[in-house]
Design a protein around this ligand. Structure first.
Ligand SMILES: *C/C=C(C)/C=C/C=C(C)/C=C/C1=C(C)CCCC1(C)C
Length: 245
């Protein structure tokens, strides 16, 4: 009775000093919140044409902050990997990262078809990953492979395909920002398959079995979501000051 009356009072659970999963959920949550405040508050300070790009940076970290809030609780209460919330978060934020490519390449005439192609590839990558991690765990290797092919299609498009051609046309600060985002996708996003291999059964057990899936994913999220946003933010800063000077 008392308990349900006071159910609005936040629950606090003990965190053990060697609970790296709990710790990275906690710090990740704070980092995502701080990054969101930063992006939202600075979105109006630069050239108007970058406003939507910085807004999307803030939305990515904000959506992640809310999911981290839940995942932190889920882990503390239930002590299991919050796979469902994790993939819901990704299915919302990764397509938004694809939108960022489109937004910065718009100055070079990027078409919506580029945006949709990247979005659809990212959704294939995530849905097949979810199948392997949560639904058909004994076939994790196959689903991981299909997911990896979609991932490489994204890498190809932005590094060598149509997105790269648009970035070349744009040149200058846009080309530089595009290159940085490409590096994030090639190196930063490659952290995720490592987490996947650490958390699912397969030929790779002997290599990545010692790592914790959630710790790897949490590190990947902090690097990629905040890093991506900062690249876009930096593009707005650089190209707004260039104009004045
Ligand atoms: C903010 C969240 C991001 C940037 C998440 C990215 C996730 C991936 C690039 C996941 C990729 C995967 C593979 C390439 C194969 C194994 C399954 C996944 C879904 C972990």
């Amino acid at each position: 009775m008392i308990n349900s009356l006071f159910s609005f009072v936040p629950m606090v659970t003990k965190m053990l000093p060697d609970d790296y999963v709990g710790f990275t959920f906690f710090v990740g949550c704070m980092a995502m919140m701080a990054a969101s405040a930063f992006f939202f508050l600075s979105m109006n300070h630069y050239d108007k044409k970058w406003r939507t790009s910085i807004l999307v940076s803030g939305l990515i970290t904000f959506i992640a902050a809310v999911h981290y809030w839940y995942m932190r609780d889920y882990w503390a209460e239930i002590g299991e990997s919050p796979t469902f919330f994790r993939y819901v978060d990704w299915v919302l934020t990764v397509p938004l990262m694809c939108v960022e490519f489109f937004l910065i390449l718009k100055v070079a005439g990027a078409k919506r078809s580029l945006m949709w192609r990247l979005i659809i590839l990212s959704i294939i990558m995530l849905v097949t990953g979810y199948f392997g991690e949560a639904v058909y765990r004994d076939q994790a290797q196959i689903w991981g492979l299909i997911s990896g092919i979609a991932y490489f299609a994204i890498v190809y498009d932005i590094w060598l395909g149509s997105a790269k051609k648009l970035a070349d046309t744009a040149g200058g600060a846009v080309l530089k920002a595009h290159k940085m985002l490409c590096w994030f996708v090639l190196v930063g996003w490659a952290i995720y398959p490592i987490g996947y291999m650490a958390g699912t059964p397969g030929w790779y057990d002997g290599i990545f079995g010692g790592l914790n899936l959630d710790v790897v994913y949490n590190i990947g999220d902090a690097i990629n979501k905040i890093g991506f946003g900062l690249v876009v933010y930096n593009l707005a800063v650089v190209s707004s000051t260039q104009k004045e000077g």
